[in-house]
Design a protein around this ligand. Structure first.
Ligand code: NAD
Length: 343
């Protein structure tokens, strides 16, 4: 066996149907007494229901959450937190919500309790980021890592099929990276394999039967493992390409991962033999593409709003970051833009 290093991160996880109702108060109580709620306008009614038992301990709320955390959004959230003199942040929502909470936490060093409602996995990582001038900057800090995460599958039944599929592909991407990047280790490898197994079992059923709590639990369990794997390894090739495209062209995060992942996997082969084995296919890239097609996840950059006129510039940005060389980046983007797939 190769020598390895493994560092577990100090997150507490509570997983179970109804946990956002049964366990939220005791988890918040152990971390703070003045709570700032961060959520979206979409989730506000649900969040109000969940936080009602807090009473006067709820001292403020921030709902102007934007994807990719623009610097102005991070600043506004920080102002809301300062004004409320909060000593705990409660984030209820997807990766954009927890990303906003993280951007505040790294400045104010105040703990986050996260209740995720998508499969993004950000709640388990110390990575945080803000977008400014069309560029997304990320950094790692333990201050950004939520102290407690409550996974409640029943909160995900409202996820539309398209978001379920794309967000699930985003989680799969985390697991794939954790199975080939040089900074992975045997424990993270096991976590990633089990994550792929759970996601591949849960996602198609969650799309066809959104209210199936057992399917939703499989998918969310897979997303949890994917987030845990992502927390250990650095960003993989697909992740770095998605950051360029998301930052420069405002493409939606999960949907971009969904398109890019199979193409990035096709650049690898033996490195992804464990992914292929879990998916029971000869080539990982084909298995990932097949899962995207079966769940109705996006499979072309054109369908998620990328203009063909931006492809050359995007290839230049990818090459400038040393992710792929310029001709390879152009070829990659041309195929992914059209959704052209060669087995
Ligand atoms: P998101 O949080 O923007 O949510 C996507 C959409 O789904 C939104 O319209 C939201 O309102 C809706 N939604 C969320 N939960 C819902 C529910 N239960 N029912 C119905 N609708 C729901 O997207 P995301 O994919 O969860 O997160 C993307 C962001 O997270 C990006 O900014 C990305 O960079 C970041 N991210 C960060 C990390 C990290 O480690 N730092 C990891 C993954 C993602």
């Amino acid at each position: 066996m190769r020598p390895f290093r493994y560092q577990s991160l100090p997150s507490r996880v509570v997983f179970g149907n109804g946990s956002s109702r049964h366990d939220l108060m005791s988890e918040v109580d152990s971390l703070g007494s003045r709570v700032l709620l961060i959520t979206t306008k979409r989730a506000e009614a649900l969040a109000d229901e969940l936080v009602a038992p807090l009473g006067e301990r709820l001292v403020g709320r921030f709902t102007d959450v934007r994807e990719h955390v623009p610097q102005e959004g991070a600043d506004a959230a920080r102002t809301a937190a300062d004004r409320a003199r909060a000593d705990c942040r409660l984030s209820i929502g997807g990766g954009s919500v927890v990303g906003t909470a993280k951007s505040v936490a790294v400045q104010a060093r105040i703990p986050i309790v996260a209740v995720p409602t998508t499969y993004a996995g950000s709640e388990l990582t110390p990575t945080w980021g803000v977008t400014e001038g069309g560029r997304k900057r990320t950094a790692r800090s333990l201050d950004a890592l939520p102290r407690t995460v409550l996974y409640d599958p029943s909160l995900t039944v409202s996820l539309p099929a398209g978001v379920t599929a794309a967000s699930g592909m985003n989680a799969l991407a985390h697991c794939v990276g954790a199975l080939y990047l040089p900074d992975t280790d045997p424990i993270t490898g096991l976590v990633a394999e089990e994550g792929i197994r759970a996601l591949a079992a849960g996602l198609p059923r969650s799309v066809s039967s959104p209210d199936d709590l057992s399917a939703r639990a499989d998918a969310l369990y897979g997303a949890y493992l994917a987030g845990a794997a992502l927390a250990v390894v650095g960003p993989a090739t697909h992740h770095r390409i998605c950051h360029v495209l998301g930052g420069a062209y405002g493409l939606p995060h999960a949907q971009t991962h969904s398109v890019v992942l199979p193409y990035a996997a096709a650049l690898l082969d033996v490195e992804l033999s464990r992914v292929a084995a879990v998916l029971s296919v000869p080539r990982a890239a084909d298995g990932l593409r097949d899962l995207a097609v079966r769940t109705g996840a996006p499979i072309s950059l054109a369908e998620i709003g990328m203009l063909s006129s931006d492809l050359d510039e995007a290839a230049g940005l990818i090459a400038a970051q040393g992710i792929l060389d310029a001709p390879a980046a152009r070829e990659f983007l041309a195929a992914a833009h059209k959704g052209r797939w060669e087995q």
